[in-house]
Design a binder for this molecule. Structure first.
Ligand code: AMP
Ligand code: MG
Length: 499
């Protein structure tokens, strides 16, 4: 490991709050260097969040630092331990098998932890190689930033660093490291770990750490741990509602991939809904279809019950832990989902019957399977007027998404009747809908096209997608090609847990 003294600039100061926990929570170790690393993609937005000096961004040491070859001053790298339920089954101890937390830093924009994913083996690697491949690292990098652009709570990604070092998966690929950034990386499984071992002391230390670092307001509650559980439950409900509204499918909602801060965490075989099918399975390794689009709200609740069970020793009353979830999660999900769907549909304010209208809309999408993103984007431009030739012409782009145009017309008539119940100026409504219905999402075929170029060492596709997805609600005509339906070559694309 190279000494940090020769860094060209001053780096923000680390405060490393997680490393202040007792050693039982992690193993201190340095990342394993990657030979001759190079920059594949950088998010300048995240660099700004961290307050990284511009000189560092352009220095040849940038790739060295975020490949894990060179430590930043003040960094105390470690891999954290956690456990979890995978695909509904208790999996025992897992942990950061290929992630190194470099440390945390605090600035006027908040507290940020930087984690390198793919920086080599740790005591939690369970026989695996500790590496990540270029393909999955680009996907995680782009999707983290795409979700942030969409306004969905998520961990961020500063950069992807590549290297020519071979990594064996189904075939030989090359290694890469993603530098992830978030206020914290504590998972539901971090709590399950201690509960499963009857280690109440550590359980409480972890809960105290989360409260003191991220949720100090919970201290004022009668039982701060109950308040924390309710906070996680509420935020998770809001998070899943956001996922559903943008058509995001996580693909591996195991409890070790659920953030205690309510952030989207661990991008693997995720997908964005294209031709609408609520039963779509985006993860080729999910043989039972546990993590379909439609199951996500139930699975999140199941995961919260696992967390609630882990909280039992902190709550003293066995009957209150799942109640904390029941009293918060469903309402948070339903309210956020209704709010987001009203915005997507251009409903100025909610009416009592909207739950039915939204349900009917999903039934209609399920039956006719239009592209989810294009449907809402094109809907945003339609007039609310009830008839006329001009309107029929304006409806054409939306009708083009349907084989059964009459069914589309029938739904549009219902939609317009509903709009009429809460009158709203067309221009204002359209502007509001365009701000709620993205033009651009990270479709699998877009990521795949950028990855294919990147494998040939052309990273322009990655950077172009990043630039576009930062402002997914803006028209950006120069990126029109990135809003298109998947091309024929993409019809057989499959994404699995292999990463
Ligand atoms: P994931 O399915 O990516 O959430 O990973 C589940 C667990 O497997 C976590 O503990 C990861 O750290 C670990 N893991 C996944 N891939 C690797 C790898 N290539 N090397 C070491 N650990 C891994
Ligand atoms: Mg994971």
């Amino acid at each position: 490991m190279n000494a940090p003294e020769s860094l060209p600039v001053e780096f923000p100061v680390f405060d490393n709050s997680f490393a202040a926990l007792p050693e039982a929570f992690y193993t201190r170790l340095e990342p394993h260097p990657l030979p001759e690393p190079y920059v594949v993609g950088v998010s300048t937005e995240v660099a700004d969040l961290l307050g990284l000096p511009a000189e560092l961004m352009h220095s040849p040491q940038f790739a060295e630092i975020f490949a894990g070859n060179r430590l930043l001053p003040g960094s105390e790298p470690l891999a954290a331990v956690y456990s979890g339920h995978q695909f509904g089954v208790w999996a025992g101890q897992l942990g950061d098998g290929r992630a190194h937390l470099l440390g945390g830093l605090r600035n006027d924009q908040g507290h940020w932890e930087i984690q390198l994913k793919g920086a080599g083996r740790t005591p939690y690697s369970r026989g695996a190689d500790g590496r990540a491949v270029l393909r999955s690292s680009i996907r995680e990098f782009l999707c983290s930033e795409a979700m942030a652009g969409l306004g969905v709570p998520t961990t961020r990604a500063l950069c992807v660093i590549g290297a020519d070092q071979p990594v064996r998966r189904e075939e030989i690929e090359t290694a890469a490291v993603v530098a992830r950034v978030a206020p914290g990386f504590v998972r539901f499984g971090s709590f399950e770990h201690w509960a499963s071992r009857d280690r109440s002391r550590e359980l409480q230390q972890l809960a105290d750490y989360v409260i003191d670092t991220f949720r100090p307001e919970c201290r004022d509650a009668e039982n701060p741990y109950d308040a924390l559980l309710r906070d996680v439950s509420r935020r998770t409900g809001e998070l899943i509602a956001h996922w559903m509204a943008v058509g995001f499918m996580h693909g591996v909602m195991n409890t070790d991939n659920m953030s205690i801060l309510g952030l989207t965490l661990d991008y693997g075989p995720f997908g964005f809904m294209e031709a609408f099918d609520a039963g779509h399975i985006c993860n080729h390794s999910d043989h039972q279809g546990r993590y379909t689009y439609r199951n996500q709200p139930h699975v999140a609740q199941w995961n919260l019950y696992c967390l609630a069970d882990a909280f039992l020793p902190l709550l003293k009353h066995p009957d209150v832990s799942r109640a904390a979830v029941d009293e918060t999660y469903g309402d948070a999900f339903a309210q956020t989902f209704e709010r987001l769907m009203c915005a997507k549909l251009g409903l100025r304010h909610a009416l009592p019957d909207d739950e039915n209208f939204i349900g009917e809309t999903f039934g209609f999408l399920q039956q006719h399977r239009p592209d989810f993103t294009l449907f809402f984007r094109r809907l945003s431009r339609l007039s609310g007027g009830l008839d006329g030739e001009a309107m029929a012409k304006a409806d054409a782009p939306l009708r083009d998404l349907f084989v059964d145009r009459a069914a589309c017309d029938a739904w549009l008539a219902n939609w317009r009747a509903r709009l009429a119940q809460t009158p709203w100026d067309d221009g204002e409504r359209q502007a509001s809908m365009l701000a709620a219905n993205p033009k651009y999402v990270l479709r699998n075929w877009l990521a795949e096209a950028a990855i294919r170029k990147a494998k040939l060492k052309d990273y322009s596709g990655v950077q172009r997608l990043l630039t576009c997805l930062r402002r997914p609600y803006d028209e950006q005509p120069e990126f029109d090609d990135l809003a298109a339906l998947p091309p024929d070559w993409a019809s057989g694309l499959e994404v699995s847990c292999s990463s």
